[in-house]
Ligand binder design. Structure first.
Ligand code: ASP
Length: 346
């Protein structure tokens, strides 16, 4: 039996409820949200000596950067998450044979492609990464699955590939990653190594085809930051060498309260100096702007130590910086007011 309330008690209850209830939280939609958004991406700090760059080649790179940027912009403009913007932009760059990630990755000493990637969610500071995978079409997707569907941060080699299969992530014949240009670069590297009696320890240094990693950082309309990076590593690498790309804090870092960072360059230096985290630390502890922090790390510290490369970073307010100490860095950024694509120093 339902209890009957007299009308006067019902009225009293309604009045109490009206005056004691707080306003419901506003519904978050892309239309009523006033947060700015911003995105930056890179296609590496190598393969771009001006002497080798033809107008056609430059046009191809610019077109690819433009498409990648548009993919990320579209996600953010429509109120999508920074994680989706970063993942989708990097998937495109991995599938594009111009860049050293996914299809078009450089070859290791044995003539194989070993791919590394990482991603970090600034809102939870969760991260996922994979190293030395050779049959995963889009390593950034696997890194994201590690973050979202495993209790771990970094998986490598066969175990990572087994996890990919269990997660239904696309695997592919290793020949998918082959490009003639990267193959030729390995042959040059092997010849040079033989001439130098293996002096470079398996890492090819004297080439214009050094760093081509891809990366993306984004701030979405909900105030969340994310960063991701993906690479084939360095030509003629050996012994399952991993660079900075799959290492959170070295190649990738994101924290909603501060900044999102993605790096490219000579990975050994980026690991030693924890470059991505160093940018975060200088901003968090020294109160530096993203521009100042990025410059001090790349143009001062890393340069003094002999480390070549660059980074892209976006802070919690949407400010973007893209410093590099190499000849150039394929890069692009956009926010609601600006759009820019660049390769060399300007
Ligand atoms: N940082 C990458 C690595 O050392 C290379 C690159 O940026 O192209 O593996």
């Amino acid at each position: 039996m339902h209890q009957q309330y007299p009308v006067s008690r019902f009225l009293l209850l309604s009045i109490v409820l009206i005056f004691s209830c707080q306003a419901p939280p506003p519904i978050e939609t892309s239309k009523n949200n006033k947060q700015p958004w911003a995105i930056a991406l890179h296609g590496g700090a190598g393969t771009l000596s001006r002497t080798l760059m033809t107008p056609e080649r430059e046009a191809a790179y610019r077109a690819a950067l433009d498409t990648a940027l548009m993919i990320g912009e579209t996600v953010l403009k429509n109120g999508g998450s920074s994680l989706d913007a970063v993942s989708q932009t990097i998937i495109y760059l991995e599938d594009c044979p111009l860049f050293n990630a996914g299809r078009g990755a450089v070859f290791n000493h044995e003539g194989k492609n070993e791919l590394d990637a990482s991603i970090m969610d600034g809102s939870t500071q969760k991260a996922g990464a994979v190293g030395s995978v050779s049959v995963v079409k889009n390593p950034i997707l696997l890194a994201r699955a590690v973050m979202e569907h495993s209790p771990h941060v970094l998986l490598t080699g066969r175990g990572a590939e087994q996890f990919a299969r269990e997660q239904g992530i696309q695997t592919i014949e290793p020949s998918w990653f082959f490009t003639q240009e990267r193959w030729n670069t390995l042959q040059d590297a092997l010849k040079e190594e033989a001439r130098e009696n293996g002096k470079h320890g398996g890492i090819f240094k004297n080439s214009d085809f050094k760093f081509g990693t891809v990366g993306c950082v984004a701030l979405d309309q909900h105030g969340h930051l994310a960063a991701g990076t993906s690479t084939g590593g360095m030509t003629n690498k050996r012994w399952n060498r991993l660079g900075d790309t799959p290492l959170v804090g070295a190649g990738t870092y994101a924290d909603d309260d501060v900044v999102a960072v993605s790096c490219t360059g000579h990975g050994e230096y980026f690991i030693r100096y924890a470059v991505a985290h160093d940018v975060w630390a200088r901003m968090a502890y020294q109160n530096l702007s993203v521009q100042e922090a990025g410059n001090r790390v790349i143009m001062q510290k890393l340069k003094e130590k002999g480390g070549e490369g660059g980074l892209i970073a976006v802070d919690k307010n949407g400010n973007v910086t893209m410093p590099f100490n190499s000849e150039g860095m394929y890069r692009a950024y956009a926010n609601p007011d600006t759009r820019k694509i660049a390769i060399y120093q300007e």
